[in-house]
Design a protein around this ligand. Sequence first.
Ligand SMILES: Nc1ncnc2c1ncn2[C@@H]1O[C@H](COP(=O)(O)OP(=O)(O)OP(=O)(O)O)[C@@H](O)[C@H]1O
Ligand SMILES: [Mg+2]
Length: 299
Amino acid sequence: VKAVILSRRRTLYTTRRLAEECRRAGICARVLDPFKCVLAVRHERPAILYGGRALKGVDLVIPRVGTFGAAYALAVLRQFDLLGVPCFNGPAAIARARDKLGCLQILARRGVPIPDTLIAHGPRRMDELIRELGGAPLILKLLSGTQGAGVAYADSAAAAASFVEALWALGQDVLMQKFIEESRGIDRRLIVCRGEVVAAMQRMARPGEFRSNIHRGGMGVEIQPSRQEQRLAIRAVRGVGLQWAGVDMLVSASGPKIIEVNASAGLWGIEAATQQNVARRVVEAARLFARRPAEAEEA
Ligand SMILES: Nc1ncnc2c1ncn2[C@@H]1O[C@H](COP(=O)(O)OP(=O)(O)OP(=O)(O)O)[C@@H](O)[C@H]1O
Ligand SMILES: [Mg+2]
């Protein structure tokens, strides 16, 4: 098998781990920078040029699409798809997952529990919106944003209103969400790979912080997720159409609530917390997928 790991930098932890585990599994893996890919878009002999040469004989792509330059990276991935190369996370599914609001709508449609969420194209009467959500405290989220940046906590209706109005004044839409108080800075991250939960951790925010992201100093410990949590995570990932993903959920008084499906989940936090070789599980699943991509997406 000849694989391509599409990633901005080979030194990034997850990229490096995936490349390492590919090699260990006898897969010849090359890390390619999507920004250096030249796309020959034509109806006959479409191609991807890299270093002046057309890529040939690639049987699998594992994409890592970050925040920066995502549009071009997705175009490159679509080109691989166009060339008939199985993408372990296809471009359409990644695009869906990157759309926070669209993702919540997909989950809602599938009956996957999520925190009560409201979005309005401002300016609108904030008191009505806050009442609709059952009052403060609220979580406010920018539609783009990553690793906890772009997520704010408003402890009062006044704080929420002034924050949201400031964003509306800038022409920014903002998502308002019921603050799941019981979760107290704790969330759970499950890694789902081809319909199976392969690793899970609980993350605890550092003192004084409500966001439990590892990149915000959150601490992870391995957990055994409940059957229900596993079922919901798998359903969420399937709903978005991803082959593998990191699913974030909060433990609320009324059961788990999914807050996010990450199409380019990092493996550093979860491998450190669980002491498990999660990269190997991903690569094994990717190899099986490369053999039989038929049952996969793409719309
Ligand atoms: N409704 C909520 N109630 C309580 N805590 C929340 C809520 N939504 C988010 N959080 C906390 O904030 C953290 C960050 O939120 P979220 O995962 O939505 O954004 P993000 O991590 O910035 O997004 P991305 O993963 O796309 O980078 C969560 O891990 C969780 O700890
Ligand atoms: Mg998150």
